[in-house]
Design a protein. Structure first.
Length: 488
């Protein structure tokens, strides 16, 4: 019998492609998020620090409550230490903003957090923080990506030290000084607290308990499966919090995401208060009550109610691409009173250039105490003064070719309507935004819809704002038809 000789195919690299998104790298556990890939990312960060920062100041390292986060953090620590970079390792699951604050307080060369933020239970990832205590700027991330592409994995003959530290206590002390906890304690207000099984668990509840502030708490236990939810403080994942607020007769519900840098809220009647309204309530308070100096920054996909609030107070408003790193960049260039994004990330120039869901939970409680009003009344006050603004978002998990085709058609000059709505103008700062000729009261929100494709997964997000929830839903439905090709 003749023997068939098979020529082996040309050997190709089996290394996975790692892409950095708006805030670091994330991937599906075991498929993309593997210890090998964690080492590659850690090697790139180590190389960046050695080449561009004072590596002797070390890197602060933390992790969230996800599956394998603690073990992956140890992998990162080993890579950094072998490269000669000292590591200050959190001794427990720690909120991401606590890591950022520790970087600033300790004068470290940077920070690393093993987390996938608000993603589902089967995701994990790595965030990198700059030495200024905030999301690494676009310029920094480009340098890290360059090191990743070069497969950088620096090593020294003598490894640096790995030191464990409690990073929660100094963080709690700092945010309790930033907010007026005494005022909240005297206000006789009851809150529901939802940590969504994330790394913020136990932090707000401990702060409130220590000061006698009435509260009930849900989803504080450690459960990396995040049962029945994604740890993202938006509907429908806030359903338990909404029920709790009504059942326990609370004046507000406060929720943080998986790594506690984003906020969501619930009004006293159980209705969801989106991040845009949280931003607007806090901005109005910052400018009217606190009178903090500086400009205002918002991401491209946030409510334009913020523009009206800033204009009333004579503040310049900057619109930036999506991702808190762009806001952090501006905070280091000029005086910024406040900046935020659609996903619930809000920060303050006089604190650190970082978003912080726990701090913003305390500040929302601060506003309620100072104004003497429940959260829903604060929202109603905004709608009355600045006009009705309603918001919606749809996440479309679609094939890559459908996603790219939709973006091309949205950019095209020949696309001048969205079903029955004429497109008055387009903006393309980050994605494609249509301003629509749709019915709206004179004082209401200017209707718009934004198409934005994810750069790291087959996902296209559609955002819309208008003067009524019905119009928002109508616009989103027409936008989804446009994306999938079902529009006329």
């Amino acid at each position: 019998m003749a023997t068939e000789v098979i020529t082996p195919p040309k050997e190709e690299s089996t290394k996975a492609v790692i892409k950095f998104g708006t805030d670091g790298w994330r991937g599906i556990i075991a498929d993309d998020f593997t210890f090998e890939n964690v080492r590659r990312v850690a090697g790139a960060i180590a190389s960046y620090v050695l080449k561009n920062e004072d590596s002797s100041k070390g890197v602060v390292l933390g992790y969230d409550t996800r599956f394998a986060s603690q073990r992956a953090a140890l992998v990162v620590a080993e890579v950094l230490a072998r490269a000669g970079v000292p590591v200050i390792l959190a001794n427990d699951y720690t909120p991401t903003p606590a890591i950022s604050l520790a970087v600033k307080q300790r004068g470290a060369a940077g920070g690393v957090v093993v987390t996938s933020s608000h993603n589902p239970w089967n995701w994990n990832g790595v965030k990198f923080k700059g030495k200024f205590g905030g999301s690494a700027t676009p310029a920094i991330m480009k340098l890290v990506e360059h090191e990743l592409q070069a497969d950088a994995m620096p090593k020294t003959a003598s490894a640096a030290r790995i030191e464990e530290a409690d990073l929660k206590a100094p963080y709690v002390d700092a945010i309790c000084k930033f907010a007026d906890m005494e005022l909240i304690s005297k206000a006789n207000v009851k809150f529901a607290i939802d940590s969504m099984y994330g790394s913020g668990r136990g932090v707000v509840t401990r702060i409130f308990a220590d000061r006698g502030i009435k509260h009930v708490a849900i989803r504080q236990e450690l459960n990396p499966l995040f049962p029945d939810i994604n740890p993202e403080p938006i509907e429908p994942h806030t359903a338990m919090l909404q029920k709790t607020v009504v059942k326990e007769r609370c004046q507000a519900g406060l929720a943080t995401d998986g790594d506690a840098d984003r906020i969501g809220a619930v009004a006293e009647d159980g209705s969801f208060v989106d991040s845009h309204k949280c931003f607007a309530i806090l901005l109005r308070w910052v400018l009217e009550r606190k009178k903090w100096p500086g400009d205002v920054v918002r991401a491209f996909n946030t409510t334009r109610m913020l523009d009206r609030i800033a204009a009333k107070h004579g503040r310049k408003l900057h619109e930036c691409p999506i991702g808190f790193k762009y806001i952090a960049d501006l905070m280091m260039e000029r005086e910024i009173a406040m900046g935020g994004e659609e996903s619930g990330g809000i920060g303050y120039g006089r604190y650190i250039p970082e978003r912080d869901g726990i701090l913003n939970s305390l500040l929302l409680a601060n506003v309620m105490a100072e104004e003497g009003k429940p959260l829903g009344q604060l929202v109603a006050d905004l709608q009355r003064e600045f006009g009705p603004h309603y918001y919606g978002r749809r996440d479309l998990h679609i094939a890559e070719e459908v996603k790219q085709g939709a973006i091309r058609r949205a950019h095209s000059d020949s696309t001048n309507k969205l079903d029955g709505f004429a497109v008055l103008k387009k903006e393309t700062l980050d994605g494609v935004k249509f301003f629509l000729d749709a019915p709206a009261p004179a004082h209401g929100a200017e209707p718009w819809v934004l198409f934005r494709a994810s750069g790291t997964e087959p996902l296209l997000r559609v955002y819309a704002e208008a003067a009524s929830p019905e119009l928002v839903n109508d616009i989103l439905a027409q936008a989804e038809n446009f994306v999938t090709g079902r529009a006329e």
